[in-house]
Write a protein that binds this ligand. Structure first.
Ligand code: 4NP
Length: 168
């Protein structure tokens, strides 16, 4: 992750292993940001709450499902969230309630990161979790993509509303 000098908002997606849901969110939200012409303003990254898959590429099923919809997850490398992420990222968004609770416990008292569920930004899905597809069937990955696309749209709308206020 090499932040550009012009980046105004940094977004981190967090799931358990950082090989299925959060890399999908990273890839799709980055594409949405690019389509909106905001690539140099919004930095996107992902991490796992645990280090099980540190250094690994995203799950091949996640890559295949994303590619089918035109999203490229290749080039991403799994990593675990670290305390300094709570200094850097404006938004730290959990893919499910368990990871939300993990992040809330981990967040230092002086951190200003907005820690929330990613689906709070998906219309009609507020408070819901993105189901973990790791042990399930391949259609679980298609559902992840559908939910992430919806939440990404809502998140981009919200960040876009605030961008002029943040700009100096
Ligand atoms: P993710 O999925 O949290 O969406 O990346 C999982 C990946 C790995 C494991 C569980 C969930 N695991 O138990 O190794």
């Amino acid at each position: 992750m090499v932040p550009e000098a012009s980046v105004l908002v940094a977004v981190l997606f967090v799931c358990l292993g950082n090989i299925c849901r959060s890399p999908t969110a990273e890839g799709i939200f980055r594409a949405q940001v690019q389509a909106a012409g905001l690539s140099n303003r919004i930095l996107v990254d992902s991490a796992g709450s645990h280090a099980y898959h540190e250094g690994e590429s995203p799950d091949i099923r996640a890559c295949a499902a994303a590619l089918e919809r035109g999203f490229d997850l290749s080039g991403q490398v799994g990593r675990q969230i670290k305390t300094s992420d709570f200094e850097y990222f404006d938004y730290i968004l959990a893919m499910d309630r368990e990871n939300l609770h993990f992040l809330q416990k981990m967040q230092p008292a002086d951190s200003h990161s907005r820690v929330a569920l990613f689906l709070d930004y998906a219309e009609g899905r507020e408070g819901q979790s993105v189901p973990d597809p790791y042990f399930g069937h391949s259609d679980g990955f298609a559902l992840v993509i559908e939910l992430v696309e919806s939440a990404g749209k809502g998140l981009l709308k919200q960040i876009g509303r605030n961008l002029p206020k943040i700009k100096t």
